[in-house]
Design a protein around this ligand. Structure first.
Ligand SMILES: Nc1nc2c(ncn2[C@@H]2O[C@H](COP(=O)(O)OP(=O)(O)O)[C@@H](O)[C@H]2O)c(=O)[nH]1
Ligand SMILES: [Mg+2]
Length: 295
């Protein structure tokens, strides 16, 4: 068998389960997920090696009309992902709506083969509901395949992968076979911290947060890692919310993040979190790129 590989872009509206799907396919937390919209801020690559095949999945921020500097960079990275792809997975969780138009336009413009992935079938009552979704999308585009799945329950993922093999191309693999992502360790760590913050905050706070590593020291002898991370928010009130009464919320975020980081890096981890206010950082292009977005 010859070696094959390919780039598969995952696109779809916010919250349909794109990041959950990439994690389920890879079997490890590559992309953070949450019930909040705009969880994914930049393009994330998940690499799956199966025998001769290498699938490079590109998780993208949901496409939307951008309102601020960070939003513009998020929208651009979703659009760029399509330029490099061999095929597109369009993930949906309900019937076709007017709000799907932006995505529809872009997939048509790309001329790439599109696989329609109907996610969250665990929440549907019966097969007729799946059919209803399928019919609504068949009216707008000629899909190569339609695969109903549940990313959460890992239903029909094997079938999905078998479908995708068709779009891999013969040639050397893009990444070494032991890679699961092209993200740096630093980025995976700050993203996990941000994921915990998303779970414990509401309304505008999740969107106003950025996380940066201040320092990160690995001690080989003791097999320990000391991480100092900085959480940036836009207002003093948000800082108070994050820290919580007697510092309890920040402590909980830190404990849970440390456990998640531990699943990826098998060593003793000390994590210290600091909160800093930087007014209106999302509209400042230098800051947006310094915090790791829009590169
Ligand atoms: N019931 C159900 N929930 C799901 C499924 N996949 C994802 N979710 C949930 O949908 C929400 C958004 O998921 P996420 O992967 O962050 O969506 P994204 O914005 O498209 O990347 C999270 O709360 C997930 O737990 C699924 O197959 N079934
Ligand atoms: Mg996401």
């Amino acid at each position: 068998m010859a070696s094959k590989s390919g780039f598969i872009a995952i696109i779809g509206k916010p919250n349909v389960g794109k990041s959950t799907l990439i994690n389920a396919l890879i079997g490890e937390k590559i992309a953070i997920t949450s019930p909040k919209v705009q969880t994914t801020r930049f393009r994330i690559t998940g690499i799956l090696n199966e025998g001769e095949n290498q699938f490079v999945f590109i998780d993208t921020p949901g496409m939307h009309k951008p309102y601020h500097g960070l939003g513009k960079s998020m929208d651009k990275s979703a659009t760029d992902a399509l330029m490099d792809a061999d095929a597109i997975m369009w993930v949906v969780d309900q019937t076709y709506r007017r709000t799907d138009e932006i995505i529809l336009e872009r997939i048509k413009h790309s001329h790439l083969p599109v696989i329609l992935v109907i996610n969250k079938i665990d929440t549907l009552e019966n097969k007729a509901e799946i059919d209803k979704i399928i019919i609504s999308f068949l009216k707008v585009h000629e899909f190569k395949h339609i695969v109903p799945i549940s990313a959460k329950d890992q239903t029909h993922l094997t079938q999905l992968k078998e479908t995708l093999v068709e779009y891999l191309v013969e040639g050397p693999h893009y990444y070494p076979d032991d890679y699961v992502t092209d993200q740096t360790d630093e980025s995976r760590m700050t993203e996990i911290i941000r994921e915990r913050i998303l779970y414990y905050t509401e309304q505008e706070v999740p969107h106003s947060v950025a996380v940066m590593l201040e320092s990160f020291k690995f001690n080989e002898e003791l097999n320990t890692m000391d991480i100092d991370a900085l959480i940036i928010v836009e207002r003093d009130s948000q800082k108070g919310i994050l820290i919580g009464k007697n510092g309890e919320k920040l402590k909980r975020i830190g404990t849970e993040a440390r456990k998640e980081i531990n699943k990826i890096f098998d060593m003793k981890i000390h994590l210290s979190l600091w909160v800093k206010v930087k007014k209106d950082w999302r509209n400042d292009p230098t800051t947006v790129s310094r915090y790791g977005y829009g590169k």
